[in-house]
Design a protein around this ligand. Structure first.
Ligand code: BTN
Length: 320
């Protein structure tokens, strides 16, 4: 991945570069350069060649940049967030913050990466993390609540992330309990909250400028923000907007809980009124989706009555 990112950085200006120049810059033999170029294509990047001797990236790359993110932040958010670390490639931004010292009360730490080698999704799944096109952002926040009261925190953050995406021109973003951001075209992103005794780590993964080819690498139907926004989306702007929107949720959660966000979550509920089934449930619980309760549990109307669901994932039930 290191060499692939180096190659991407050389090509990021969109100009043509000679094969020999690239090979020398990376200290790679032609055959190894070819392997790296093929890997870039597998990552979904389109390359133009000229006279069999030079090539250029079909699209420009906007690199993540701390200063550009900070420039988007509201003053109070800028002050409250300490470091914003950006890695070229890391195993997982959540893992990084799980291992870092906790932020002090009222402050948060932020970590982003261009690519993740072991990106984590919910329920032990992996998170597809190709370089330089998407957002992989984790934010840690010191806890003042009992862990049990935190179920709603990641739901409230989901509302904030959807709002931030819409500020960049994407419309029609829904939430699928507990933490998927979805549209009619498929999954746009997800949130993975991991807890330590002293802080919560909230990991946000969003498909931003991901190509169709990259979309096919994901097992389920997926979409990307640039499709909804009808053009490339600035990942730095997006990261700043997400931090602006998530900060008040985190700063106010100990006092307000899910309350101020519950109705906004319900308005984005992608499953409400539909027949759903709870995955990974041995009893195969099915019912009609009613929305979330005050704690963030999802309510299902079943023949036995209304059942609150606290774990697992919901999916649409195929009716005969
Ligand atoms: C899901 O399964 O829908 C949640 C995906 C969360 C992915 C993000 S990417 C940034 C952070 N680091 C990780 O390893 N995972 C989260």
């Amino acid at each position: 991945m290191k060499q692939r990112l180096h190659l991407l950085r050389l090509l990021a200006d969109g100009e043509f570069h000679g094969f020999r120049e690239l090979g020398e810059a990376l200290a790679l033999a032609p055959v190894d350069l070819k392997v790296q170029l093929e890997a870039l294509c597998d990552d979904g990047f389109e390359l133009h060649t000229r006279n069999q001797s030079a090539l250029a990236l079909a699209t420009r790359v906007e690199w993540l940049d701390t200063e550009r993110i900070r420039a988007v932040l509201k003053p109070a958010v800028r002050q409250s967030l300490g470091s914003i670390e950006i890695f070229d490639c890391i195993d997982s931004t959540n893992q990084r913050l799980l291992q870092a010292p906790p932020p002090v009360t009222g402050h948060g730490s932020v970590c982003l990466a261009e690519a993740q080698s072991a990106g984590r999704g919910r329920l032990g799944r992996s998170w597809y993390s190709p370089p330089a096109v998407n957002l992989y952002l984790s934010l840690s926040w010191r806890l003042e609540n009992e862990v049990a009261a935190l179920q709603g925190l990641s739901l409230a953050v989901g509302v904030a992330v959807a709002d931030a995406c819409e500020r960049l021109g994407a419309k029609g973003i829904g939430l699928k309990w507990p933490n998927d951001l979805v549209t009619a075209g498929g999954k746009l992103g997800g949130i993975l909250m991991e807890l330590r005794s002293d802080c919560a780590i909230i990991g946000i993964g969003l498909n931003v400028n991901q190509s169709c080819r990259q979309m096919h690498a994901i097992e389920q139907a997926a979409t990307s923000l640039h499709t909804l926004a009808h053009g490339p989306v600035s990942r730095n702007q997006l990261a700043g907007e997400i931090l602006n929107a998530a900060h008040p949720v985190l700063a106010g959660y100990a006092r307000d809980g899910l309350g101020p966000y519950r109705e906004r979550w319900q308005q984005r509920d992608a499953l409400r009124g539909r027949h759903v089934v709870l995955s990974d449930n041995p009893g195969c619980l099915t019912g009609v989706a009613l929305g979330i309760d005050t704690n963030g549990a999802y309510l299902l109307e079943t023949p036995e009555g209304i059942v609150p669901v606290n774990a697992g994932s919901l999916r649409l039930r195929e009716l005969p």
